[in-house]
Design a protein around this ligand. Sequence first.
Ligand SMILES: Nc1ncnc2c1ncn2[C@@H]1O[C@H](COP(=O)(O)OP(=O)(O)OP(=O)(O)O)[C@@H](O)[C@H]1O
Ligand SMILES: [Mg+2]
Length: 297
Amino acid sequence: MNKDESTPRKMFDFRKKPMQSADDAAAKNPKTERREKFYADIREGETLLDITDLRIVFKTDEKEIVAVDSFTLSVKKGELISIIGPSGCGKTTILRAIAGLIEPTGGSIRIGGNECKGPGSDRGMIFQDFALFPWRTVRKNVEFGMEIAGIPKEERSERAERYIKLVGLDKFKDARVHELSGGMKQRVGIARAFVNHPEVTLMDEPFGALDAQTRNIMQAQLLRILQNTEQTIIFVTHSVDEALFLSDRVVMLTKRPARINRIIEVPWPRPRDRSDHDFVEMRKAILDELEKENVMN
Ligand SMILES: Nc1ncnc2c1ncn2[C@@H]1O[C@H](COP(=O)(O)OP(=O)(O)OP(=O)(O)O)[C@@H](O)[C@H]1O
Ligand SMILES: [Mg+2]
């Protein structure tokens, strides 16, 4: 039994282990190099993020837009939650509020029992449109947050190298981001978020712009990264397939204002087989429900 199998993630039950590669070996290190965490006393499986009665109203000159209303959700440490819902229903708004980029109109967002007030390095966000610096190299993009945090050059460079390797971009670390493909850019976004060891990572349709094949590769790669590092993730997607492939729970939202329609526990161990009968059935049931939600509204 190798070292990983003796210490499985509780939330993440990977039964079939992929073959050990150089990247896997590199991926083990982040756990050991991890700094003292903000919420070290919260154990995997215990509530880390608590959102209660979240309400977000945007006021423009002419009108008020209620984007989110009565949104209540508890996220456990180590959990991967997918949020799925109609376009414009308020998914990005929820993530931005958790990231501290929008102040809630009502309700509360707590991490480790503390009210989130503004952005913090305990939360990392991977944006819908990458939000990278095109003229910076891969390495310089990944180092950006650490530069801001004043982390010494040597540590910055060592950590960046490790995470660039983890996302399979070792050969491109000195390439400028504008020279990369969409999938590669998204991997830079992932490395840039994870290198800062956020307690909660917010991913806003990170693979939405990719072709189906690259998307599947990225999903598998994300799972491989998660296998070796402790992460709590909220993942917004439009794809039911992606949500079922990746998550512990799928949160289905209503049309705007975003409220929780239903939460589905995904019971299967990873890696999952998309062609499995139960997988196909559940995907169909969720799609039917989403369609009903659209028709009823
Ligand atoms: N800064 C803002 N000012 C005014 N209205 C906003 C602002 N940000 C978002 N909205 C509105 O809030 C609603 C929810 O937007 P949001 O971006 O959260 O949707 P979404 O679910 O992420 O959509 P998509 O699936 O298309 O990404 C929309 O009606 C949008 O127009
Ligand atoms: Mg969005």
